[in-house]
Design a protein around this ligand. Structure first.
Ligand SMILES: [Zn+2]
Length: 468
């Protein structure tokens, strides 16, 4: 029996009960990276939302299917006002490579960084440049339905044709546009109309033929095309960062619903921003860290995951190296405890274990309340639940937490003969025969077993054998 799950929907500003369109499976579209530079940990926090969402839903008994797009064209340097240069072309010029080379390089870098944070891979990673015909098709339909107009080789969305425009972001449009400085594209009927197709102009790279002349798609139409091509015109959840609400997702709703004539996404979920020194972590602001930089400073990359789990996914999170250092220590301690407790004998069923499990599930089902789940981890650690039961609960919860709590645990099988040597060494230590104990330790190393002595007795792990 799958429990009732409530998720916060940005569109209605309320927690709503999840009711998947297809029984037993939740279908999710996540806005993915624009692959013109490395992602920083602020970006990775955004991508942690769909990871935690899927892990939680699966823990609670659902299947999931996730699409995450790769934006490799059309994302301009000024999204809010639909101006500036294509980010891919800027990087291609700076690095003296082709846009395809830039995209391939940074896509791989993104996958590596995501893996360091234990972000599960999506089921599909469509690339925008593979969906140009679908985008052109959508744009033609929008023109036919009176939602878009072509002028001078470009196509714009007429926001006046879609009365619900501004509903997701609560009509921040006027406020934002009132503050617009500089040139507004004179071809637009009104300043808030957004670009669906841009004329190539001087560009020679990343240009495609279209009914309106050579050009390239706007960023927003890409996600309408890829989401509906892969998930159809009704799916359960759309995720992104809080900075995607306007204009990106507002525009996506206007496009997808303008074509389909009905609601496409049931629930819009947005991850809170990562702040550094009071400002949003951003490449443009120069205040950012890559996950690999944190690793170079000696932090476990999963310490960042531990840190992020302490805050509700929707809230802003302040990043500091002190905070990260605390998370790093706490994570290592937790792993050591799981390792110690793993050796303990599991007692007969303990009613408290079922209670902890129910509370963990309830936290997940309440809009992915991971801070509550982490508080439960701390409470369990202080509890009188038998150690073996604690270890097995934490291992199970780690399917959601993704902290590799098992990393310090010993191998299950010992090489032949090692077990007898360990027992002999335990006896030698008990009689304080340290010469024998040391000799046995060396013999164990020869078998590939490293032994350490702890207050709880000897611990072992597999270790490289000495070169012969
Ligand atoms: Zn998107």
């Amino acid at each position: 029996m799958v429990p009732s799950i409530r998720l916060y929907n940005t569109f209605t500003r309320a927690k709503e009960e999840l009711s998947p369109l297809r029984e037993g499976i939740v279908r999710i579209y996540s806005c993915g990276p624009t692959v013109y530079r490395y992602v920083h940990v602020g970006n990775l926090r955004t991508f942690m939302l769909p990871d935690l969402l899927r892990r939680s839903l699966e823990y609670l008994g659902y299947q999931t299917e996730q699409v995450m797009n790769i934006t490799d064209v059309g994302h301009l340097t000024d999204d809010t006002f639909d101006r500036g240069e294509d980010k891919m072309l800027v990087s291609a010029r700076l690095e003296n490579k082709s846009p395809a080379e830039i995209a391939a390089y940074y896509t791989e870098a993104f996958m590596d960084d995501a893996a360091r944070l234990n972000l599960r891979r999506a089921d599909h990673y469509p690339r925008a440049t593979d969906y140009i015909p679908q985008m052109i098709d959508l744009i033609e339909k929008l023109i036919a339905r009176g939602h878009a107009y072509a002028v001078g080789g470009a196509v714009y969305y007429d926001i006046g044709s879609f009365p619900a425009y501004g509903k997701l972001s609560r009509n921040t449009t006027d406020k934002l546009l009132a503050g617009a400085r500089g040139d507004v594209d004179p071809q637009k009927h009104r300043p808030g109309d957004f670009t669906l197709w841009k004329a190539a102009g001087e560009h020679r790279m990343q240009v495609w033929p279209s009914p309106w002349g050579p050009g390239f798609p706007g960023w927003h139409i890409e996600c309408s095309a890829m989401s509906m091509s892969l998930l159809g015109d009704r799916f359960d959840i759309h995720t992104g960062g809080a900075d995607n609400v306007f204009p990106h997702h507002e525009a996506e709703i206007a496009q997808s619903e303008g074509v389909s004539g009905h609601r496409v996404v049931t629930c819009w979920m947005h991850g809170g921003l990562l702040m550094l020194g009071g400002a949003r972590m951003a490449k443009s602001a120069g205040n950012f860290f890559r996950i690999s930089e944190l690793e170079e400073h000696g932090f476990d990359p999963l310490a960042f995951r531990y840190l992020a789990l302490q805050a509700k996914y929707r809230t802003k999170l302040s990043f500091s190296t002190q905070g990260l250092a605390g998370a790093d220590r706490a994570l290592r301690q937790l792993r050591e405890r799981v390792m110690e407790w793993s050796d303990a004998i599991r007692p007969p069923e303990d009613a408290k274990v079922g209670d902890y499990e129910a509370r963990f599930r309830a936290a997940l089902a309440d809009d992915l309340d991971l801070p509550a789940a982490m508080a439960l981890v701390a409470e369990l650690n202080r509890s009188d639940v038998a150690e073996g039961a604690r270890a097995s609960l934490l291992r199970s919860w780690d399917r959601v937490l993704g902290l590799d709590l098992d990393r310090g645990a010993p191998e299950v099988t010992l090489p032949a003969g090692a077990s007898a040597l360990l027992e002999a060494r335990e006896r030698a230590r008990a009689t304080k025969d340290f010469a024998t104990s040391d000799r046995l330790r060396d013999e164990l190393v020869d078998l590939g077993v490293a032994v350490t002595d702890t207050p709880h007795g000897q611990r072992w792990r597999s270790a490289p054998t000495k070169p012969s």
